[in-house]
Design a protein around this ligand. Structure first.
Ligand SMILES: *Cc1c(COP(=O)(O)O)cnc(C)c1O
Length: 393
């Protein structure tokens, strides 16, 4: 269909608001000016506030993979032992990157349908009597599985055990969607990107770091250059980007941050994500009553407010559902990744999204399931509509 908009319900990239696109459609400015340094400072300050981080915030012109590599190479020397919480495709890949950089990776498996179980983590860390594990790496929201881990419970385990490992958090899929406070949770490095909850094009990534992380980076003798936090921390203004700064992305980010403020701040934005996610979950719950589909995330409280991963019964082809949605109903969704390829699809509900957009998307998902003759309980869309009409705003 060529008429109307194509809906992007991928869990990244997400919808880019027209306001953000327009803010970027302007000539470059001289990055040596006070105009540019004020823009950069203001963006960094607001982002850090949203993260709850009082430490430095380091920016890169890169994808999330770049922020991963920067964080790993700055915090850990070759041979350092880290505990990698493998909760899905993205965290798994991060672990592979750690191995490529010579880290001694202890794989902590969650089974890809669960987040990090605090009791299992406690057991795993209890065996580390000599405190050889220097870092615990996890994805807050694993975008490939639709699972969000309970960060407070993880913090409590570390505190109880008085384990001093650095807590390194991929908040790429959760930032702007699920509340997070880096200082309160004692997170030492918090990674975010532009193209998910921040409603921006791909190309900007950030790591908010603690004083302990700064110290670890300075003590780490590993050779590095482009990603080197020392180089970036010591550089003035735009030089933090280690090259020509991403001027247009900062124009866009400034506008996106204004939109967050206009909505009532980051809490209002995460509350909206919760409401919309609840609506998706109520629709999926009803569809699942016919027994042909279910939530990938088995524990209800771990179902993500950014993305819902739906598994189909063995005899149905999830890629067909994704293809029908795209080709017939102008709806782009995420496919299953890794072991979930062909058996799951993912509905992204993060970033610039409101009620009619979400209901339109859910209607298109329901229609696609019908086209593919996947049996579904009746009234999924109605359940979502009802839920949204009952909440106050
Ligand atoms: C999208 C995503 C990434 C990868 O980000 P890129 O910008 O594609 O490199 C990493 N982790 C999580 C949790 C993600 O959702």
């Amino acid at each position: 269909m060529v008429s109307g908009r194509t809906f992007i319900q991928n869990p990244g990239p997400t919808n880019i608001p027209d306001r953000v696109l327009r803010a970027m459609a302007r000539p470059a400015i001289d990055f040596g000016t006070t105009e540019f340094s004020a823009l950069l400072d203001s963006c960094l300050t607001r982002l850090n506030e949203h993260m709850g981080n009082s430490g430095p915030l380091i920016g890169y012109t890169s994808t999330g993979h770049g922020a991963w590599e920067a964080t790993v190479t700055n915090l850990f020397d070759t041979g350092a032992r880290v505990l990698l919480c493998d909760s899905g495709h993205f965290s798994h890949r991060w672990g592979e990157m750690c191995e490529a950089h010579g880290l001694d990776v202890c794989w902590f498996e969650t089974g890809w349908q669960r987040g990090v179980d605090p009791d299992a983590l406690r057991d795993a860390l209890s065996t580390d009597a000599g405190r050889h594990i220097e870092g615990i790496l996890l994805a807050h929201t694993e975008t490939s599985t639709g699972v969000t881990s309970d960060l407070q419970a993880i913090r409590t385990v570390l505190d109880d055990l008085e384990h001093s490992a650095l807590l390194v958090l991929d908040a790429i899929g959760s930032f702007g969607c699920t509340p997070i406070n880096v200082d309160t949770l004692g997170v030492d490095a918090c990674l975010v990107v532009s193209q998910k909850g921040l409603m921006m094009p791909i190309g900007l990534a950030f790591t908010g770091i603690s004083d302990r992380a700064v110290d670890a980076a300075y003590a780490n003798e590993r050779g590095r250059f482009y990603w080197d936090w020392r180089r970036r921390l010591e550089a003035e203004g735009y030089r933090m980007f280690c090259g020509t700064p991403p001027i247009h992305h900062l124009f866009g980010l400034d506008e996106a941050l204004c939109m967050i403020a206009e909505e009532g701040g980051i809490e209002a934005v995460t509350s909206r994500h919760r409401r919309l996610a609840d609506a998706v979950r109520s629709a999926v719950g009803v569809w699942g009553e016919a027994g042909a589909l279910e939530f990938n995330a088995t524990k209800e409280s771990e179902r993500s407010d950014s993305v819902t991963c739906v598994r189909l019964a063995a005899n149905y082809d999830a890629d067909h559902v994704v293809a029908i949605a795209r080709e017939r109903f102008n709806l782009s969704m995420g496919s299953g990744i890794g072991p979930l390829a062909g058996s799951a699809f993912r509905i992204g509900h993060l970033g610039d999204l409101n009620v009619p957009m979400l209901l339109g998307a859910l209607g298109a998902v329901e229609a696609s399931l019908r086209v593919c003759q996947v049996p579904i309980g009746t009234g999924g869309l109605e359940a979502a509509t009802k839920m949204l009409s009952e909440v106050s705003s």
